[in-house]
Design a binder for this molecule. Structure first.
Ligand code: MN
Length: 227
């Protein structure tokens, strides 16, 4: 193939205990998936899940030092369970959806909260408040073959060692099979897709020089420092 410039590198995630990497196709994210977080953002708690997306090249690995993002003065952390999809599927029932899970990882849905608040007020899209450069820190994937389906695990977010978010993924409004089921009715899922599954209560700002770390029991952690 004769490209006019070299194709960009394939975004990918490390896999715990393996030299192989998981090639990433798309990144979908769930909005408001924990009742306490939905309340803190002023929303009703039992609506169907809704989705937004980040570019696959927004991924950053554990240990990265990120420059302060452009065009914000209110960068927020959102600690999230990330689900990696390993098989194709569309219009799946929750019972069938679980079979698409390849693995899990801890992730951070970095958010330009000031820009998102303005987008909400103006009824504009969230793309620029959510899908900016380096907005998707994600740790190494742990294969589901090692953990089994994940329905409960403590999820913890610290900033400079201080606990900001402390919850359990069992408290998600929509669990992983239901999230995949809903999403598979909107797009055909494919191997390499990632789903950030929403954040519990306690979101807040990260300041320049601070380190944000998200840990999920059994999956390890992802930490980034804002330069
Ligand atoms: Mn989120």
């Amino acid at each position: 193939m004769d490209y006019v410039f070299p194709p960009p590198p394939v975004p990918s995630l490390a896999i715990r205990g393996s030299e192989q990497r998981f090639a990433v196709r798309r990144i979908f994210c769930v909005g408001r998936n924990y009742a306490e977080h939905a309340k803190e953002m002023g929303a009703d708690t039992r609506e169907p899940p809704f989705f937004f997306a980040k570019p696959a090249d927004a991924l950053v690995p554990d240990g990265a030092v990120l420059p302060w993002p452009m065009a914000t003065s209110d960068l927020h952390h959102e600690a999230e369970l990330v689900v990696a999809i390993g098989a194709a599927g569309r219009n799946l029932t929750p019972e069938a959806a679980g079979a698409l899970v390849w693995g899990h990882a801890p992730g951070i849905d970095l958010t330009r909260r000031d820009m998102q608040a303005e987008a909400k007020q103006m009824r504009r899209p969230w793309d620029m408040s959510k899908g900016f450069d380096q907005s998707a820190p994600c740790g190494a994937l742990v294969p589901v073959s090692e953990t089994g389906p994940l329905s409960a695990a403590r999820i913890l977010c610290t900033v400079n060692g201080q606990i900001r978010q402390d919850a359990d993924i069992a408290d998600m409004i929509w669990d992983v099979p239901h999230i995949i089921s809903h999403l598979s009715g909107l797009v055909e899922l494919a191997p390499g897709d990632l789903i950030f599954t929403g954040t519990p209560a306690g979101v807040g700002p990260i300041l320049p020089g601070e380190t944000c770390r998200v840990e999920i029991a059994g999956l390890g952690a992802v930490g980034v420092r804002i330069g």
